[in-house]
Design a protein around this ligand. Structure first.
Ligand SMILES: [Mg+2]
Length: 227
């Protein structure tokens, strides 16, 4: 069946990989105003990802309030606000796209195919989405924290296909493999390609399927050759 829509993962796919030391730095920046040791705060962030990714802890402020409590600290509202601001600044650095992303997305749409984004993400991306240039470059988006489901939940793949006006069997899915998304997309009938870019090995992602044996591309631009 010919491809009639293309779905991209966000983190580590449309954006560059994020090594562990960057996550450490980001944790340090939001831990500082709270007076919480960075290792404790980083662990609280990591352990809570499954909850944060399905929006179970609310927006960013509510989420951080709960994490502060879990770290055994009292909540100081001014410190909480400063920590949230530091977190958003740090996260926005992660929302910058790969060099060939805009050109690739623009070309796909120029060929008449809708483009979608399906991301396992927490409140920061959802709260920023409409202000990102990327929002203008895609025809549909599904963010896990807004839907209350994480990859590889089949409902997510069905939902993004529907938002693009396509059936999954007509969709090409491209991702770095986080959240076992490639297996999830394939199971739903999509044709899945791993983006195994030059920085792939250094990416620190949750539940990445490093054993993916299916097809791969080495850059976003290569996706154009598949259409
Ligand atoms: Mg990813």
């Amino acid at each position: 069946m010919p491809v009639s829509a293309v779905v991209f993962d966000f983190f580590g796919t449309l954006t560059p990989s994020t090594p562990s030391h960057v996550w450490d730095d980001h944790a340090a920046r939001s831990a500082a105003p709270l007076g919480i040791p960075v290792e404790t705060w980083r662990a609280a962030l990591d352990v809570s990802f499954p909850e944060r990714a399905i929006g179970a802890l609310g927006g960013l402020t509510e989420t951080f309030r709960e994490l502060v409590r879990r770290c055994g600290h009292d909540v100081d509202e001014a410190a909480l606000a400063a920590a949230c601001a530091a977190r958003m600044t740090a996260q926005r650095e992660l929302f910058l796209l790969r060099d060939d992303a805009v050109k690739t997305l623009t070309e796909i749409r120029a060929r008449g195919l809708p483009v979608g984004v399906l991301s396992d993400c927490s409140a920061e991306l959802a709260e920023s989405w409409l202000s990102l240039p990327l929002a203008e470059l895609v025809d549909g988006v599904v963010l896990s924290c807004e839907v209350g489901r994480r990859k590889p939940d089949p409902e997510l793949f069905a939902l993004i296909a529907a938002r693009l006006g396509a059936v999954p069997q007509e969709c090409l899915y491209v991702g770095d493999g986080g959240g076992h998304e490639l297996t999830g997309a394939s199971s739903c009938g999509m044709t899945a390609y791993m983006l195994r870019a030059h920085d792939w090995a250094g990416n620190d992602a949750h539940s990445r399927e490093t054993d993916w044996s299916g097809p791969a591309v080495r850059s976003l631009s290569e996706v154009l050759d598949l259409l």
